[in-house]
Design a protein around this ligand. Structure first.
Ligand code: RRO
Length: 342
């Protein structure tokens, strides 16, 4: 099925500017399609008091304005992360702002947080046909913006992801700084309903690792439920208008695994982890789950491999469960650390 997608739809879309293809999909995405991919109970995932039907999520960024929920929720995902949404409307960075590295199944984006703003986002959301769980990713330039949006979105869904790590705006990583994060976590926790995740950058050096360890400690202190690791990796890229962007896809897979490993080590099993970054197949997903991720998120691989990727990953995980003697996914999550604690 992937090969058909690659030779037809992808071949056609890849002739356009990368954003043009996305715009075309958006036009057709207001309606659901029949779901062709069923879930089995072995793949259910517990997130505190909630249950996701399967662990394969769509990462933030694909549907920033909540315009494609109806179509996307028919594709078999266990959940969709919609957003990131800002309080006010924003145009983002000038184009061109996406470049594909086809041979490496990776890409760089510098969208710069374009958003229709929270009011239109909520309207789009409420107009959607929703057939799977929805996480909403929120971003803010100030503490007040984060808090104001949080108060609105927590009424829509129990699952909120705070984006601390946009590589493409001046303030995109402000709240990843441990002192700023402490203020954000403390304030959000006072208003908390449901589940809160924070999304962090990949760890590439010791300084990043130290900062992330502090974030992990603060999450535990302020009752933040989990971490999505990782956002795109900041890189320079001349063919993008602003000269820099965030690298995603296969090239960041190992950074993702290392970051998940680090968080797991310091979380004392108190945080729920979502693995995001370069997951293209069930083997990739299984590696992240065994390390301790409860779910996996895809985005770049959806573009390279097409909408069948969700079913392929789910089917592949089911095969890997049986092959490795696990009864269900819950037994797999964090299996590696359970082994080393024996
Ligand atoms: O909009 C973006 O440029 C963007 C965001 Br908010 C993000 O979190 N990650 C990314 O790669 N791009």
């Amino acid at each position: 099925m992937n090969k058909i997608y690659e030779k037809t739809i992808r071949a056609l879309f890849f002739k356009f500017d990368p954003e043009k293809g996305h715009e075309i999909v958006k036009k057709f995405a207001r309606f659901p399609i029949p779901t062709f991919c069923r879930d089995t109970t072995e793949l259910n995932v517990r997130i505190k008091n909630y249950k996701l039907r399967n662990p394969v999520g769509l990462a933030a960024g694909f549907d920033k304005d909540a315009k494609m929920i109806s179509l996307l929720s028919s594709l078999g995902f266990g959940y969709l992360v919609i957003g990131s949404v800002l309080k006010q409307e924003s145009m983002g960075n000038p184009k061109p702002r996406i470049v594909r590295y086809e041979n490496e199944q990776s890409m760089v984006n510098s969208m710069g947080l374009p958003s229709v703003g929270i009011d239109k986002f909520v309207k789009n959301y409420l107009d959607s046909i929703i057939r799977t769980d929805i996480f909403i990713s929120i971003a803010g330039n100030t503490l007040k913006e984060f808090i104001d949006i949080y108060k609105i979105v927590k009424k829509l869904t129990p699952f909120i992801e705070l984006n601390l790590s946009c590589p493409n705006t001046e303030n995109g990583m402000l709240f990843q700084d441990a002192d700023n994060f402490e203020t954000l976590a403390e304030n959000v926790s006072k208003l908390k309903d449901g589940i809160i995740f924070v999304k962090v950058s990949p760890v590439i050096n010791r300084k990043d690792a130290e900062n992330l360890i502090t974030i992990v400690e603060l999450c535990k202190k302020f009752n933040i439920d989990g971490i999505t690791a990782v956002n795109a990796l900041p890189v320079k890229e001349k063919s993008i208008s602003v000269g820099y962007g965030g690298l995603s896809g296969k090239k960041i897979f190992n950074f993702m695994l290392n970051t998940i490993n680090l968080i797991k080590e310091y979380s004392n099993d108190k945080l729920i982890l979502n693995a995001c970054g370069g997951i293209f197949n069930s083997e990739d997903a299984f590696k992240a789950l065994i390390l301790g991720a409860s779910t996996v998120q895809v985005y770049t691989s959806l573009i390279y491999k097409g909408p069948c990727i969700t079913c392929e990953i789910k089917k592949g995980i089911n095969v890997l469960l049986k092959k490795n003697g696990f009864k269900n996914l819950e037994e797999v999550i964090g299996y590696k650390s359970k082994l080393s604690n024996k």
